[in-house]
Design a protein around this ligand. Sequence first.
Ligand SMILES: [Fe+2]
Ligand SMILES: [Fe+2]
Length: 144
Amino acid sequence: MTQRLSLAGFTAEYVMDIEELDEQHRTFFTLLAKLATSVPDMYRPLDDEEADAVIDVLNELRDYAMLHFRTEEGYMQEIGYPGLEKQKREHNRFITDVIRMEGELLNGTVMPAIKLHNFMHDWYRDHILTLDKPFGQTYNKIKV
Ligand SMILES: [Fe+2]
Ligand SMILES: [Fe+2]
């Protein structure tokens, strides 16, 4: 499992060659690492105090994701990117899912932090590789 966590950061394969967006993706993964340090054990179900600490990190991650999505959608609007609506749907779904998980924690649903960590990590990885990178290619073809 240690190995799984060491793989969780930003990697070169995520680079889409739009500097501001790459930087935001990198920052998201840096913030995500805070989830691991906010609790003594990522794999143990959270107690109430730990759940509060995790909710604080989730709020920060959600705020940052919203800032990033707005920025990214702005780049898409700039070139009239046809994939914009699909991106918006996926971005909104991510925010909705994070809000739902925050609600579950607030309502006392018992879960380990790793579940939240892996959901966000895997969503970002898959989203960058399958949707953001193709946009980066299109954007750079038009802008170069
Ligand atoms: Fe995106
Ligand atoms: Fe993105």
